[in-house]
Design a binder for this molecule. Structure first.
Ligand SMILES: *Cc1c(COP(=O)(O)O)cnc(C)c1O
Length: 753
């Protein structure tokens, strides 16, 4: 599957710098000394797209998570307020110098702080904050469409207080209203009337974006942009001609102009550049200071005629200094940020034990992964299938307790590109670890996480027909596999309504990459189970036949999990989804196939303490064990919090020490368990016990533990390892970390030897 690995917001990032320069143009009027109308066009028409653009970016990236419970809005607003506060302080000296604060009343102060900004470009910050608060407030009561309608209404009110004021002023009632409003703020171009619509427009523009840049969307949106921009120019000049403008920030055609512009920028196939974003922010923040600086310098050296009165040179001088300082500030902050990040990373790594001076296999308990066994199992499963059938391993539940990242990377090295997970977070974890291929989410993803599917290029299962409708309504571009319910009655669209499956193909924002079903009785081979499984298989193919005959392509079909591959390899289709078998075990004991697989995982722990019980003495919680004779017991440093099932103590469980069996006694604790080691000579603290795996010639298989605990291995394995490090042994490839770390077999297994 060819998908873009990087989000293509480079167009937006470039335009941020352009927009910042346009704002400088507004404040310096470059063409004023040459041609009045040309200057009007540049600063009052063209440059008016700059600020709405910034609002749209905020809408697109911040407010898109408006309806998601875990959004970061609070954090963003807080940061925006900080930035505003910082800018206010930065410009206090200049404001004092310029006389902005002379005769300042409390009302005037509030008006400055909330609407007009404390320095002339700073109105952007309160507008953005107020606009966002308004949209967030509305989102508590109504949906996006309603918020949009209200924003349009507010924009219209703003319009008649701005470019169209001349019309409103002729109607006495309106004039009274507007004049009352202008006691509270100087312009309607503010957080109440101007910002909300562009913030909301940003959400819409971002939603219909599909990341994969396409020249097909670029040209038409450029043409549309040019058309609306011409219309806006005509609108502006007409309003100016009739002298209707009180201020000139808001036009009717500005709205479609911005939408089309944003769509153009989204379809520019360039990778994002954070440095451009930071530079643009600094240019925006600092340029008024340079206007003052240049004026001062010009006065000092008697260069006013050249540097200030020639508006074009003035503009270029301000732009040059602003861009230069922008670049310098970006370099400084990025270095600062890098240093911050490296300390943050260090702590994160330390937590994950990467940089702690703990060598692998020297801890109190751990999981060993035999990656050679994984390779064997992959080859074994592939040998049962035709060459063109691909494995799409189930690495859900942290790869059944084995560690999703290490297992997926190893499978990647073995040529496997497709993976199944259970949920979004598992998919994101793999993407962050650099797994590139197709990642199919087998389970339910709530609608407010749909944007994550797109952001991390995860493929979603269509879990039923109502869910397909949810996906369609979201408008998010998503790749999907459709699950077909052929009798398990868990997930999937019912096989008896193939037209509902066909309907998913018609949903414009969904790309159907595959169709699959899950066989619910393929682990059993009684005639009854066989008949049922075969009925599931034929129901599935009836659906695909229906789709094909109606002209819907059926790519990537899959039906088989582990037992399916073992018992029904003829139903392999395009992909198979092995889970448990890949890890070298089967769900329950007694299947002869189990001998053809090699277990990947072992669990080991060290003896913490050895002590002797006198007859009649009890051990563990609730006096769960009482010694009948003199008994030597060992305390093992592993417990149910590590995934050792607590039931093991009550069903004759045992572990291996020095190749001999040590029965589990008493109740298993959270972090410890007790063993009877009376029959094993020489047990000493630090010795290694095997809970799952081999010790000398003896082996405890996960299947045995599952049987003792009355469950299946899948449950035992998937609960392991929340607290245990995984140590690869028998690597199939040399990774850089393998070169750095000592090989596990070089280490002393127990300190005493
Ligand atoms: C978990 C899962 C698998 C893998 O099952 P195993 O029995 O472990 O091979 C395959 N398909 C679906 C839909 C699953 O949920």
């Amino acid at each position: 599957m060819k998908v873009k690995t990087q989000e293509n917001y480079g167009g937006l990032d470039l335009f941020r710098v352009a927009a910042a320069l346009l704002v400088i143009a507004i404040h310096t009027s470059p063409l004023a000394s040459f041609h009045e109308s040309a200057d009007f066009f540049l600063t009052r028409v063209l440059a008016r797209i700059a600020v709405p653009f910034f609002f749209m970016v905020t809408g697109h990236f911040i407010l898109r998570d408006l309806f998601s419970p875990q959004n970061q809005l609070r954090k963003y607003l807080y940061r925006l307020c900080l930035l505003y506060g910082f800018s206010v302080l930065l410009y206090i000296p200049l404001g004092l110098y310029a006389g902005h604060y002379d005769n300042l009343t409390f009302g005037g102060f509030l008006r400055m702080l909330l609407f007009d900004g404390t320095f002339y470009h700073l109105w952007y910050f309160p507008a953005c904050i107020l606009g966002m608060l308004l949209v967030i407030l509305l989102s508590q009561f109504i949906h996006l469409k309603g918020i949009t309608a209200i924003s349009v209404f507010l924009y219209l009110i703003g319009l008649f207080g701005d470019s169209y004021y001349g019309i409103a002023a002729q109607i006495p009632v309106l004039k009274t209203c507007y004049d009352a409003m202008f006691h509270i703020f100087s312009y309607t171009r503010n957080g109440l009337f101007f910002a909300p619509l562009f913030l909301v427009l940003g959400i819409w523009a971002g939603q219909s974006n599909h990341l994969i840049p396409s020249s097909r969307t670029f040209t038409p949106s450029v043409l549309r942009f040019i058309f609306f921009f011409c219309a806006m120019t005509v609108e502006a000049f007409t309003l100016r001609h009739f002298g209707l403008q009180r201020h000139d920030s808001m036009y009717l055609f500005l709205v479609p102009v911005m939408f089309c512009l944003y769509r153009c920028l989204l379809s520019v196939p360039k990778a994002s550049k954070k440095t451009l974003r930071t530079t643009a922010t600094w240019i925006y923040l600092l340029h008024p200071a340079f206007i003052v600086v240049i004026r001062g310098v010009a006065k000092l050296f008697h260069l006013t005629g050249l540097l200030v009165d020639n508006s074009l040179i003035h503009f270029f001088a301000v732009s040059f200094l602003s861009v230069l300082s922008g670049i310098i500030m970006t370099c400084l902050t990025s270095r600062f940020r890098k240093r911050l990040r490296s300390t943050a990373l260090l702590t994160a790594k330390t937590l994950r034990n990467k940089t702690l001076p703990i060598r692998p296999g020297t801890e109190r308990a751990w999981i060993e992964l035999d990656l050679g066994a994984l390779k064997h199992n992959v080859h074994f499963l592939q040998s049962r299938l035709p060459k063109d059938c691909r494995l799409m391993p189930a690495v859900k539940a942290d790869a059944y307790g084995h560690g999703a990242v290490i297992i997926s990377r190893t499978l990647n090295h073995l040529g496997i590109q497709d993976f199944c997970v259970a949920c979004v977070s598992e998919g994101i974890q793999l993407r962050k670890a650099g797994i590139k291929g197709q990642i199919l989410i087998l389970g339910y993803t709530p609608p407010w996480q749909f944007s994550l599917l797109r952001r991390y290029r995860l493929t979603q299962t269509v879990v039923d027909d109502a869910y397909a409708e949810e996906l369609r309504l979201s408008g998010v571009k998503v790749h999907v596999h459709i699950a077909v319910d052929t009798g398990m009655h868990r997930l999937g669209i019912c096989h008896e309504t193939p037209e509902q499956i066909a309907a998913v193909y018609e949903m414009k924002n969904l790309t159907v990459d595959g169709i699959y079903t899950h066989l619910s009785a393929c682990d059993c081979t009684t005639p009854q189970c066989r008949a049922f499984t075969e009925s599931q298989i034929s129901a599935f193919y009836r659906v695909t036949d229906y789709l094909k005959s109606n002209g819907y392509p059926c790519r990537e079909l899959h039906l088989l999990s582990s037992y399916g591959i073992l018992n029904y390899p003829e139903a392999c289709a395009d992909l198979v989804r092995p889970g448990i078998a890949l890890y070298g075990v089967l769900s329950s004991k007694g299947d002869p196939m189990s001998d053809l697989l090699q277990p990947v995982l072992s669990v080991k722990a060290r003896v913490a303490s050895v002590r002797t019980l006198q007859p009649g003495e009890a051990a563990g919680y609730g006096m769960g064990y009482t010694a009948k004779q003199k008994t030597r017991i060992a305390v093992l440093a592993i417990g149910y919090a590590d995934g050792v099932p607590r039931e093991l103590s009550s069903c004759g469980g045992y572990v291996l020490i020095h190749g001999m069996t040590a029965p589990v006694i008493g109740r298993i604790c959270m972090d410890q368990m007790l063993l009877d080691v009376s029959t094993i000579a020489d047990v000493t603290p630090g010795d290694i016990a095997v809970i799952i795996g081999t010790s000398d010639s003896r082996e405890i298989k996960a299947e045995e533990i599952a049987e003792q605990c009355n469950t299946i291995t899948n449950e035992i394995l998937s609960r392991l390892g929340a607290r245990l490090h995984r140590i690869p042994v028998n690597r199939i490839f040399r990774s850089r970390s393998a070169l750095r770390q000592p090989s596990y077999s070089d280490l002393p297994h127990s300190p005493k030897k």
